[in-house]
Design a protein around this ligand. Structure first.
Ligand code: NDP
Ligand code: 2IT
Length: 462
């Protein structure tokens, strides 16, 4: 199926690309995730750069890999036991080329500058693919919301926003959720913003609660969008469908839960889900209501699933390879975090007959895993395209806030569906134009890059 094979190259044929990559590797040499994300994009746009030698003179790529602004700040808060703790906050305002900076906030102990920059960089391309007027940004903190009281979460969010508020605004930069930041955190952040600015500015954050300006279907959007993209990809490759397919989904958070719901609605059987500690396998199909109770209501561990369904199995994670990828499936959906699907896992999936991978998380496959999957003719729905439904629906939330008029669930869902169809078609058309078969990883990067390059040329040297 895949005519173009991702080759492990010693370097690029194109000297300009090689020069830019070398500069990033030298300047940002400790930022391994950021280098990985840049290398992945550069490795797929070579045919476009070959066609446009004029880009070098205007330093188009150098400008694309340098954030417009990178903000790092102190976030102190007081724990319930009276102890003051200091965390590090970030906001990377990477590109305002096609709209206000837009992207989520991640609260996770692993957060650092490299992870923030890789996420913000990918967000620029993702947001361009949506066709909506949103630039690229990302932020967060190395704060761990796990096992914190509501009071601690609230005080942390208030402290975080006390600094962040001077950098954001509905026409400037619009944060949303990501790992560890959901409706509860967005609520506390919004409340503090409103208090400091003394204004109701609905469009300053997305993923808000429905009672104060949120959009119906935003919660579901990333997971639903992933499945809409997968539906299109299967349809265009052998007229296949999700019905009757066995699916495994890593993670049990916002993206994973709603991907599971939509996959089941389309007649697929989801047999496994996971969290960072391990995975559950339920051969009769995952009971999603139970997962929602454990994860959304109790904020518990996925191992608790066995208490209600003892016939299911639990596999604890022992090393960097998540046990979920050892489970036989037609479709695997990594929806947890970056680099969670390694070369070993990719080999296992291929050995077990997987036909398609859908990246719900950002950069979930390692570089080697992606290369191996594509070389083995596995369909890969790349993150920048496949998980863009979340941010696209955030943009729809912003529109509703500006209009002061709210759409129904069905209206938002229908828009989301048609955006995902358009994104798939953009990836497909770009791949076809450059004779890359069904390499949608390259297709997504080329489609997004082409749009961004045009906007950069049009706006002059900024
Ligand atoms: P949540 O916080 O709701 O859920 C995250 C899930 O991933 C949890 O099950 C968590 O397990 C697991 N996880 C987190 N870190 C790790 C890790 N280091 N190793 C293994 N498992 C881990 O986050 P989301 O569902 O919102 O985000 C999941 C992914 O989707 C992220 O990559 C995010 O960037 C991406 N994404 C999110 C969008 C959104 O709208 N929310 C939009 C587009 C992409 P545990 O509880 O044990 O930590
Ligand atoms: O990675 C992502 O696209 C998100 N976390 C959602 C960003 C957003 O602004 O809705």
């Amino acid at each position: 199926m895949v005519q173009f094979v991702y080759k492990k190259k010693r370097g690029f044929m194109n000297k300009y690309l090689q020069k830019v990559l070398n500069e990033v590797k030298n300047k940002d040499n400790t930022e391994k995730e950021y280098i990985q994300a840049v290398e992945e994009v550069l490795s797929t746009i070579e045919p476009v750069i070959e066609k446009h030698p004029e880009y070098e003179k205007i330093a188009l790529l150098e400008r694309m890999v340098e954030p417009e602004r990178l903000i790092s700040f102190r976030v102190p808060y007081v724990k319930d036991n009276g102890q003051t703790v200091v965390h590090r906050g970030f906001r990377v305002q990477f590109s305002s080329l096609i709209g206000p900076y837009k992207g989520g906030l991640r609260f996770h102990p692993s957060v650092n500058q490299s992870i923030m920059k890789f996420l913000a960089f990918e967000q620029i391309f993702k947001n361009a693919l949506t066709g909506l007027p949103i630039g690229g940004g990302k932020g967060g903190s190395d704060f761990d919301p796990k096992e914190k009281s509501d009071g601690e979460i609230m005080r942390f969010c208030q402290s975080f926003m006390t600094e962040l508020q001077r950098h954001i605004g509905q026409d400037v930069d619009v944060p949303a959720g990501d790992i560890g930041v959901g409706e509860r955190e967005i609520g506390y952040l919004f409340g503090q913003y409103k208090r400091i600015k003394d204004i109701y500015e609905g469009g300053v954050l997305t993923g808000k609660g429905l009672s104060y300006g949120g959009s119906l279907a935003r919660k579901e959007a990333t997971g639903f969008g992933l499945i809409y993209f997968m539906r299109e990809m299967l349809k265009h490759n052998g007229s296949q469908s999700l019905a009757g397919k066995t699916v495994t989904i890593s993670g049990a958070g916002n993206v994973a839960i709603y991907a599971c719901q939509k996959a089941a609605e389309y007649g697929a059987k989801v047999v496994a889900m996971s969290d960072s500690k391990g995975c559950i396998y339920d051969k009769d199909g995952i009971n999603l209501d139970l997962i929602k109770q454990i994860k959304e209501e109790r904020r518990g561990r996925i191992s608790e699933y066995l208490e209600a369904r003892p016939q299911a199995q639990y596999f604890a994670r022992e090393n960097e390879d998540s046990p979920i990828w050892n489970i036989k499936a037609d479709i695997a959906l990594p929806c947890a975090t970056q680099n969670e699907l390694t070369l070993n896992s990719a080999k296992k999936l291929v050995e077990n007959g997987v036909i398609a991978i859908g990246e719900g998380a950002n950069m979930p496959c390692t570089k080697e895993a992606t290369e191996y999957l594509l070389a083995n003719n596995i369909l890969v729905a790349p993150a920048k395209a496949a998980n863009a439904g979340g941010v696209a629906t955030s943009a729809i939330e912003m529109s509703q806030n500006s209009m002061r008029y709210y759409l129904t669930f069905e209206e938002v869902d229908k828009k989301l569906d048609s955006i995902m169809v358009n994104i798939f078609n953009s990836c497909k058309n770009a791949a076809e134009e450059y004779n890359l078969g069904n390499n949608y990883v390259a297709g997504a990067n080329i489609a997004a890059f082409t749009k961004l390059a045009k906007a950069m040329e049009a706006q002059g040297i900024v």
